[in-house]
Design a protein around this ligand. Structure first.
Ligand SMILES: C[S@@+](CC[C@H](N)C(=O)[O-])C[C@H]1O[C@@H](n2cnc3c(N)ncnc32)[C@H](O)[C@@H]1O
Length: 404
């Protein structure tokens, strides 16, 4: 390589002083890359170098092109291991690619602004795909022909495969431990910054809203792409945050407050995948279909019969496997509920929140019943209580096909 580099100034060789593992080498390579696209391939050429030309057009509509071997000839044990590994990737991280560990991948360099792989080992391939998907980047696949290695032989035996699987499971455990990741914190900061040219009151309101409601946890449940409706979006903090977290989400925020929707529109004008309209939850567009709907701290502002009706309408507007995230407040324990009730009463009466001056909080059990009656499969979640609020949420899924 050094000889080639001496002959061609466009080739840059990076030497690692000690053998530190594939992950370490790749990270150093990624960090040194100067241009928009990065391509990596195993050095002993098990693929034709020219195959990457076919990958370029795919980077028009995806951020990562992951190769897969079209003519692999695995032993039985290797075949089983690959199947198990792919199954784990799919069930634990919802990453669905055929050949996770392949040394043939292309990226946009910009993904590394948010994707920061840590692994020094062969696990880096899986880590990259998991983190990229989590950050909302799009992965596509390209079938590549596998040929005899020009030199050496693969050092990846079954032992290595088991090691990577172990790392994968540990990675999942570690990931689940902290509820809020660094990247979510930085994106939330970006979302709050969208309001920096608003009045002091609105800037304060948005910051307090962030402190009171664990929006990051709710966002985690929303699909990373597709059409999303945020009903009663208010100033749009959660709406804009969802949009910033995943560029392939197409988000519509709806709120009946003229003032709030104006602020949401101004803040959202800097984000390309979010739009706002002035509207009431009662006249939601039933002829539209969504991959997810969010209702965050809105339902208790509506009469109980209306709440039931809205949940049924949401069900009808969701595509198969669509998600409804409903965040509300519990009526238990009583002292927490009383605090919430008083605070919401103040907000409604001071006209800081639109509502009919009556609140219609329901016990968690009742809300669950309404959701199930509407047809949803329901998961109930107690959320962290911020400043006494009994925050709860329902993660609901539409399992059947409908008109959407
Ligand atoms: C507590 S705020 C929550 C705002 C936003 N979802 C959030 O999490 O930051 C309640 C919102 O519900 C809106 N709202 C009140 N009545 C509504 C209705 N009938 N339809 C839709 N939104 C409504 C209010 O304008 C307000 O923005």
């Amino acid at each position: 390589m050094d000889k080639l580099a001496a002959e061609n100034k466009r080739i840059k060789v990076i030497h690692q002083r000690a053998k530190k593992g594939l992950g370490s080498a790749l990270k150093e390579g990624f960090a040194s890359a100067k241009y928009e696209y990065i391509f990596y391939i195993d050095g002993d050429s098990p693929f034709r170098m020219s195959e990457f030309i076919r990958g370029f057009p795919l980077l028009e509509r995806a951020d990562i092109v992951c190769g897969y071997r079209i003519n692999r000839n695995d032993t039985f044990s290797r075949y089983v291991c690959t199947k198990v590994f792919n199954f784990l990737m799919k069930t634990l991280f919802q990453v669905k690619v055929r050949d996770v560990q392949i040394g043939f991948k292309m990226f946009r360099k910009s993904i590394f602004e948010y994707v920061k792989p840590k692994s020094d080992s062969m696990f880096i391939d899986a880590e990259l795909l998991i983190e990229a998907q989590h950050e909302g980047y799009k992965i596509t696949e390209l079938g590549v022909e596998y040929k005899e290695r020009a030199a050496g032989k693969s050092t990846v035996g079954l032992r290595e495969v088991f090691k990577i699987m172990r790392e994968l499971i540990w990675f999942k455990i570690r990931k689940e431990l902290p509820e809020v990741k660094i990247s979510t914190i930085t994106t939330m900061r970006d979302a709050i910054r969208l309001y920096s040219d608003q009045s002091f009151g609105i800037r304060l309101f948005v910051r307090v809203r962030h402190l009171l409601c664990p929006l990051e946890i709710l966002e985690n449940w929303i699909p990373k792409e597709g059409d999303i409706l945020d009903l009663g979006c208010g100033h749009g903090l959660f709406t804009n945050y969802m949009a910033l977290r995943a560029p392939y989400r197409n988000i519509l925020g709806v709120d009946p407050s003229v003032k709030k929707i104006k602020v949401a529109k101004m803040a959202g004008s800097k984000v390309s995948n979010v739009h706002y309209i002035l509207g009431d939850i009662n006249d939601i567009l039933e002829n539209k279909c969504f991959d997810a709907i969010t209702i965050v701290d809105v339902l208790y502002l509506l009469p109980v019969a209306k709440q039931k009706e809205i949940l049924r309408a949401c069900y009808r507007m969701l595509k198969k496997s669509g998600i409804l995230v409903l965040k509300t407040q519990d009526t238990k324990p009583l002292w927490r509920f009383v605090w919430t009730y008083i605070q919401e009463m103040v907000m409604v009466n001071a006209k800081l929140t639109l509502g009919d001056r009556k609140l219609h909080f329901l016990p968690a059990k009742k809300t669950r019943q309404f959701l199930e009656e509407a047809g949803f499969l329901v998961e109930y979640h107690k959320l962290p209580t911020r400043i006494f609020y009994p925050n709860i949420a329902f993660l609901c899924r539409r399992e059947e096909h409908g008109s959407c």
